[in-house]
Write a protein that binds this ligand. Structure first.
Ligand code: KIV
Ligand code: ZN
Length: 389
């Protein structure tokens, strides 16, 4: 593998935890942080230290415990926030400070009630202030995708001049289209003074279901970091999902020309852990980790899979640590799939016996939508002489 390495910045414990109902106790945050490190993410954003004493303590403990991943301290462009994030992450072997302030006119008018010059000064002053404590400073102009080019460029140029080293361009409300989002990176890199000296990061929300596509567009236009969450959890419809973008990069590496350092075999267990701890069930059709992601009910698909799994699967679930149970028996299943499942139970039926079982099976499938393994075993008990489950 020779593709450029993309930094995976995981914000499950900060932006992800902002999902309604997903709050974690400090000990749960610590458990998830350990798992994220095992998964091989490059950066962990463990929380928002100023938000509560418990949050501060969790960020501090995670900073002391994590040895492989870099820790990101999160702060608004305000001195109290910066001080808190700097103290909470002081013991991390490697850390950065992630500073943000809104840049779009709608946020300035209605949320911050400040002028462009005022927020520009806040951004400048806080980057300069933070620079005394940490070298690596990531700066996010919040709502970048709804900010006019002129002011966006001015803000990015100002923070680079003060020492910001990573520019994150958030699509805070999930509004951008992939082409627009990619073009924004291109323009900032090209037109901002100093824009060629910093690294770029994508931070996408999923309101239009475009978070992964937008993050990939950013990568194609020079971003070397993507901000993601496990299961795509986060505010409203969530953030770019780690498992989806990592597997898109791995599956289409030839087309994208990049790679990540994520240990894919831990994807499924991490997804289950986060879903459980955050009380956040996954949609059955969620890519990669949803219940149906590698299950097949249509007889035609089942037949193809039994001959060669690549006929209807583009990834091997075992690579993500997903227990394989690819065939769901139901009214769309064919004789071949039924025979295969019966063989898995150690029975090799004669064709005439299989005919009987098949017609009973179809009647059962019509009546009950799915035929569980247990129901199938009962059916075999009743239909095949001498079959004992
Ligand atoms: O969505 C967003 O804009 C954010 C930033 C503060 C990085 O989460
Ligand atoms: Zn966000």
């Amino acid at each position: 593998m020779t593709g450029k390495r993309i930094t995976i910045f995981d914000t499950t414990l900060r932006d992800g935890e902002q999902a309604p109902g997903a709050s974690l106790y400090p000990h749960e945050k610590i458990r998830i942080a350990k798992q994220l490190e095992r998964l091989g993410v490059d950066v962990i954003e463990p929380g928002f230290p100023i938000s509560s004493p418990g949050e501060f303590a969790a960020v501090q403990q995670i900073s002391r415990m994590v040895s492989e991943a870099e820790i990101s301290g999160f702060a608004r462009a305000m001195k109290e926030d910066v001080d808190s994030a700097i103290r909470a992450t002081a013991d991390a072997p490697r850390r950065r400070l992630h500073l943000f302030v809104s840049s779009s006119q709608i946020h300035l008018d209605f949320q911050l009630r400040k002028t462009q010059q005022e927020v520009l000064s806040m951004a400048r002053e806080m980057v300069a202030y933070a620079k005394q404590f940490v070298d690596k400073i990531e700066f996010s102009p919040m709502d970048a995708t709804r900010t006019g080019d002129e002011f966006l460029f001015e803000m990015v140029e100002a923070v680079i001049a003060e020492g910001a080293t990573i520019i994150n361009l958030p699509d805070t409300v999930g509004y951008a289209l992939p082409e627009e989002y990619g073009a924004m990176f291109e323009k900032v890199r090209r037109f901002v003074r100093g824009g060629d000296k910093v690294a770029y990061s994508a931070h996408c929300h999923n309101d239009l279901g475009l978070a992964v596509a937008n993050s990939l567009a950013a990568i194609q236009h020079g971003a070397t970091q993507v901000e993601v969450t496990i299961n795509g959890i986060g505010e409203r419809t969530g953030n770019c999902s780690l498992e989806e973008i990592v597997m898109a990069i791995a599956t289409r590496e030839g087309a994208l020309g990049v790679q990540t350092g994520v240990h894919k075999e831990h994807i499924y267990e991490t997804s289950r852990l986060v879903s459980r701890m955050m009380n956040f069930p996954l949609a059955h059709n969620k890519p990669i980790v949803g219940r149906n992601a590698f299950q097949h009910e249509s007889g035609i698909h089942q037949d193809g899979l039994l001959k060669n799994r690549n006929t209807y699967e583009i990834m091997d679930p075992a690579n993500m640590g997903i227990p394989r149970s690819m065939i769901v028996l139901g009214k769309h299943s064919g004789r071949h799939a039924l025979k295969h499942r019966i063989r898995q139970y150690g029975a090799d039926l004669a064709e005439a016996q299989l005919d009987d079982v098949y017609s009973e099976f179809k009647a059962l499938a019509d009546a009950s939508k799915h035929v569980s393994d247990e129901a199938l075993l009962h059916l075999l008990d009743d239909t095949v002489d001498g079959f004992i489950s």
